[in-house]
Design a protein around this ligand. Structure first.
Ligand code: F6R
Length: 614
């Protein structure tokens, strides 16, 4: 996710800002920039790539010493990672420079409005809309904080904004909605940032802004209001973490932090997909609708966790679209001479966008004239570039090697794609699609609820510290969840783990079950034809052979209770949405167990985050 810092005070602002950006490098980014005010005008330096590129640009063309500055590391969402798209963005009239974290959903309409008024845009970003709107307001003589409040009232979506005005070199303003912003309170100096890591070197006194608040910052103090200008309460706190912990927002591992980011990541993936008339839109998809209507086969191609996300998606896609959907491991795809025609739609899923096996599969599919849609988390990476269309997951950077929020957002994005295809092909009514979208939109707070129930999972990790093998069972969409749970244990806790379709157990794997073997079972919601009861029988089968059953089931599921040694209740959702909840305790269990075993959770042995070799 983007990193944001703003400074006003007696130090050399440029240095404070660049140091703050370096402290937030862990957040992941693909371009960086700084703006200061000198002699009544804005000066900006910004560069694609690492902060090193920015510091080289600053060395070649230095910025003056000033007492105010803002800086940004950008994780590209709208528009690729280029110099022009990097922040800060300056309004055409040269009055304001602005940085942004988040997604402005209604930017296209606002951009059109501004262009009609003659405003000339220099980037492809949603952010520039906010910079231009603010520039227009202050040029009318509106006070800077009032102007920012007016802009915020016009924006839909998620945003943290920080802005400076060339006419006021002693003041910066910032705002937040659904995106983080903290203020650092120093002695005769103040800071704003995405997180405390950016200013912890200078002060540990911080203020957390609430939802829909604007802060007006000078070196002597801060004033907090809501978007209408009413005084607002914010939460002061003292930072007790050291710098390395602050980078992980107080978590011990990036993986654990990313597990906890999942409610936000899923919400961001779903953000802005409905038009005002209630139709679903995927604006990164540029394949003509007639071509999508003529598709007679879908092949999902991916690796590892992304492949399991595809397995989940198959159930939804075939159910909603009534088109055969195959799911294929990318490294196997082109070697089996798959049947691909012009009417085959290939969907690739990749968090990094650089996985060589997946990339080779895309090239093969396109050589056979299939259309390729990429579901990807990394704007500007190779896989989206080589695909016909792309749907971004907006999970923010995933730094832990084991995929967590990557997986959950891939499932959510696959569902969006499935619903979009159902809409285009007319296989579902608009109100059916809207109902599922509403159910999806309700999922992020439920993931949060699951995250708040982790105490028994921690106990299980302590209990199974010396276990040699763990089994995971599921049926229907619970089966890929079982595979994902097993993969997490293998890769970070180095433990033998297998996921099975629960019904397949009796055809062989049940021989592995012996006294004390932990078996996690994902139970579908009750009332799902006979599936629920069948899984309850499967639990009894393993329990009769001495297994210790850890059952993930819908809360209030009394039928399952007698057969669960440990019962983990999941909030009620429909069967297809259950993976978005059931995966979370399994991720957490693996993280907890690996931590107890003293392993490096974020960088497990033999693994890399981006697998760029076949
Ligand atoms: C598992 C994991 C890997 C990746 C796989 C695909 O936790 O992280 O299995 O899912 O290497 O990576 P991407 O999604 O980047 O193509």
């Amino acid at each position: 996710m983007c990193g944001i810092i703003g400074y006003v005070g007696p130090r050399v602002a440029r240095e404070v800002v660049v140091a703050g950006l370096q402290r937030m490098e862990y957040r992941g980014y693909d371009s960086a920039g700084v703006a200061v005010i000198a002699d009544g005008s804005l000066q900006v330096r910004k560069k694609a790539g690492k902060i090193g590129n920015l510091t080289s640009a600053l060395a070649a063309d230095p910025l003056p010493d000033t007492e105010i500055g803002i800086g940004h590391t950008r994780w590209a969402t709208h528009g690729g990672p280029t110099d022009a798209n990097a922040h800060p963005h300056v309004s055409t009239n040269g009055r304001v420079a602005l940085i942004h974290n988040g997604i402005i959903e209604n930017f296209a309409a606002l951009r059109l409005e501004l262009e009609t008024q003659g405003v000339c845009f220099l980037s492809q970003t949603d952010t520039e809309v906010a910079a231009q709107l603010l520039g227009v307001e202050v040029a009318k003589g509106v006070d800077l904080a009032d102007a920012l409040r007016a802009v915020c009232r016009r924006l839909d979506g998620a945003f943290t904004l920080v802005a400076i005005d060339s006419a006021q070199p002693d003041r910066l303003v910032a705002a937040r909605r659904n995106s983080p912003l903290v203020v650092g309170i120093g002695q005769g100096e103040n800071f704003v940032a995405s997180d405390v890591a950016a200013f912890i070197e200078f002060t540990r006194n911080a203020v957390e802004l609430g939802q829909d608040q604007v802060v007006d910052v000078t070196r002597d103090g801060i004033t907090v209001t809501d978007f209408d200008g009413n005084p607002a309460l914010s939460r002061p706190f003292e930072v007790t973490w050291d710098l390395s912990a602050a980078e992980k927002a107080g978590f011990d591992w990036f993986m654990r932090k990313e597990i906890h980011e999942q409610p936000q990541a899923v919400a961001d993936t779903l953000l802005g997909r409905f038009t005002t008339d209630g139709a679903l839109k995927l604006d990164e998809l540029h394949i003509p609708e007639e071509e999508l209507r003529s598709v007679d086969k879908i092949i999902i191609v991916a690796c590892g966790s992304a492949y399991y996300a595809g397995l989940v998606a198959k159930y939804a896609i075939e159910h909603w679209i009534r088109v055969p959907c195959e799911v294929e491991i990318a490294s196997e795809f082109r070697y089996r001479d798959p049947i691909i025609t012009r009417t085959t739609l290939v969907v690739t899923i990749s968090q990094s966008g650089e996985t060589a096996d997946t990339l080779m599969a895309i090239r093969h599919a396109r050589e056979q004239h299939a259309k390729v849609i990429a579901i990807c988390n990394t704007n500007g990476s190779t896989i989206p570039r080589e695909s016909d269309a792309v749907l971004y997951t907006h999970a923010g950077p995933e730094l832990g090697v084991a995929s967590t929020k990557g997986f959950l957002t891939q499932v959510a994005a696959c569902y969006l794609l499935g619903l979009y295809l159902a809409q285009v092909r007319g296989t579902m009514f608009g109100d059916e699609i809207a109902q599922i979208m509403n159910e999806l939109a309700a999922v992020p707070p439920l993931i949060q609820e699951v995250l708040e129930r982790m105490t028994p999972i921690k106990g299980l990790a302590r209990q199974f510290g010396n276990t040699k093998s763990v089994l995971f069972l599921g049926r229907h969409v619970g089966y890929p969840v079982a595979l994902e749970g097993a993969l997490k244990l293998k890769e970070i806790a180095y433990l033998h783990a297998e996921g099975f379709p629960a019904g397949e157990l009796k055809h062989g794997p049940i021989a592995l079950v012996e006294a004390g073997v932990p078996v996690f079972v994902v139970v579908p919601p009750q009332g799902r034809d006979q599936l629920h009861d069948k899984v309850v029988s499967n639990i009894q089968e393993v329990r009769a052979r001495g297994a210790l059953t850890i059952v993930l089931a819908e809360e209030g599921d009394l039928e399952v209770e007698p057969f669960a040694d440990v019962l983990f209740p999941l909030p009620k959702v429909s069967t297809l949405l259950q993976p978005l909840l059931a995966t979370v305790p399994l991720q957490y269990f693996a993280c907890e167990l690996a931590t107890l075993k003293g392993y490096d959770v974020d960088q497990p042995r033999n693994l890399a985050k981006s697998v760029t070799v076949e």
